[in-house]
Ligand binder design. Structure first.
Ligand code: NAP
Length: 287
């Protein structure tokens, strides 16, 4: 890559960002797509967010990603939202459109794309969603538009599960919903088709923990852990040992990044397929 006076700047803002794979992924995609752009990561203090956004506008940063803990708070500094970001109340991708910063959310669609890549049809399926944080919101709300039959939201903090359940009901009142905690006491495990871990349990530094035990679930159940660091979480290891189909978080990470590039450069699907090459690079970096 050669940097010159025409090189455009993209970046990630969050706190902490030191373990982020986004610079690796996006710089590689710029190379694949032949873009004269560079992607950096900035660790931001909450009280500096406004200054950062004003600075981005002043120096014409073309786009950026937003991660924990700013996915919601960023909204007040933006000039507009895509319909998905509006529904989710959270933004992970921002595009500078002629000086106006527009927020998008590619988490839910990125997740859904990976299900399709694995030939998994969610229509009439019973979902167990672990977590009710930002990623769980994106996933739960996206799934509620895709014909699922039921969703059980299990979260440590009940209030957040209640809020997500309400949002899902607003979008599709026909979905059967229920909530509980991670003990899964009230659930009939045999009915569950897909388990999705969208909690941080299993992710560094909680890598020695698993959000749930898999005993009692039917062998046909698919176990999807969106955590990607480590690649094989404790939950994924247990799923593999017990013979469940298991999917880790790397493919979602890649798909949501591809969708960010789509937002920034208006790339069509065929062109975006080239970005799949990044997957090989990621498997080298993520243990
Ligand atoms: P978040 O908004 O902070 O939500 C964290 C979730 O984990 C909440 O449901 C939280 O429960 C739960 N949790 C955290 N620590 C817990 C503990 N010790 N015991 C029980 N529950 C706990 O984070 P997020 O953005 O949703 O991200 C969640 C995970 O998904 C992270 O590991 C992140 O790296 C991963 N992720 C992966 C991708 C991908 O592309 N593969 C994309 C986004 C996120 P409470 O509500 O009770 O706090």
């Amino acid at each position: 890559m050669s940097i010159d006076s025409s090189t455009t700047l993209y970046c990630l803002i969050g706190n902490p960002i030191d373990k982020s794979l986004s610079p690796l992924i996006h710089n590689e995609m710029f190379r694949i797509f032949g873009k004269n752009s560079i992607y950096l990561a900035f660790n931001i203090e909450e009280n500096k967010l406004r200054d950062v956004i004003d600075g981005f506008k002043a120096i014409n940063v073309k786009g950026f990603n937003v991660t924990i803990p700013f996915k919601k708070t960023i909204i007040r500094y933006l000039d507009g939202l895509s319909p998905e970001a509006e529904i989710l109340g959270a933004v992970n991708t921002v595009k500078n459109q002629d000086g106006k910063l527009i927020g998008y959310n590619t988490d839910g669609e990125g997740f859904y794309k990976t299900l399709r890549n694995n030939d998994i049809d969610v229509k009439d399926k019973n979902i167990l969603l672990l977590g009710a944080g930002g990623a769980a919101y994106g996933i739960g709300i996206t799934l509620s538009t895709k014909g699922i039959k039921s969703i059980y939201i299990a979260n440590r903090t009940r209030e957040k599960a209640v809020n997500l359940e309400k949002e899902i009901k607003k979008i599709n009142p026909n979905i059967s919903t229920s909530i509980g905690d991670l003990s899964l006491r009230e659930i009939n495990k045999k009915d569950i088709d897909i388990i999705i871990n969208a909690t941080s349990i299993g992710m560094y530094p909680l890598e020695n923990l698993s959000p749930i035990e898999l005993n009692g679930f039917d062998k046909k159940t698919i176990v999807y852990d969106i955590v990607y660091k480590p690649r094989e979480t404790k939950l994924i290891k247990e799923a593999n040992l017990r013979g469940f189909k298991a999917i880790n978080g790397l493919s979602m990470l890649l798909e949501q990044a591809i969708l960010s590039q789509k937002v920034w450069f208006n790339l069509d699907e065929k062109f975006l397929e080239k970005a799949k090459k990044v997957e090989g690079l990621l498997s080298v970096y993520v243990e």
